[in-house]
Ligand binder design. Structure first.
Ligand SMILES: [Zn+2]
Length: 164
């Protein structure tokens, strides 16, 4: 589902997308080969819909933090040593009030996670290889759906060419 401005907003079910289109709250951008049939009508299954009115979404609600999306963002790589990551590290430890937000979490290997424990990064010799933030739309959406439909890609590429 895209905002009126073509910004990718979220992944919704086909059924919800059909309802949005029928209620004229969204326009059909692209459809799949499948159709929904009812007694009175036949409707193409939407793949991409765009809201007719702009909705203002709080930044934090846009891309939910999931383990899957986090590992995709960090390419399954420990953000401290570069080895394969198998755990999540809170940069500011949760025990010290660190939040479970994109800016405070990185993929980490167990060893680095154990080494850091509940210390602040400044109390260690460890260094982050990147500055964490929300994942790019294409990374987040791919993680959200597993396999990305081809007709989503142009919309996500368009979103990534613009400043967030
Ligand atoms: Zn590591």
């Amino acid at each position: 589902m895209l905002n009126a401005t073509y910004e990718p907003l979220s992944v919704v079910s086909s059924r919800r997308a059909v309802i949005l289109v029928l209620e004229q709250k969204a326009l059909l951008e692209t459809a799949t080969d499948r159709v929904f049939r009812s007694e009175r009508m036949t409707v193409k299954e939407p793949s991409v819909v765009r809201l007719t009115r702009y909705v203002r979404m709080p930044q934090t609600h846009r891309r939910n933090l999931s383990r899957r999306a986090l590992f995709a963002r960090d390419d399954h790589t420990c953000q401290y040593c570069g080895k394969v990551a198998d755990s999540i590290d809170h940069i500011m430890p949760r025990s010290r009030g660190g939040l479970h937000v994109w800016e405070n979490v990185v993929a980490a290997c167990r060893r680095c996670n154990m080494l850091k424990r509940d210390r602040l990064l400044s109390d260690t010799t460890m260094k982050l290889r990147s500055t964490p933030g929300p994942p790019r739309p294409s990374v987040w959406f791919r993680a959200a759906v597993g396999r990305m439909p081809d007709d989503w890609i142009p919309y996500l590429e368009m979103a990534e060419r613009r400043p967030a």
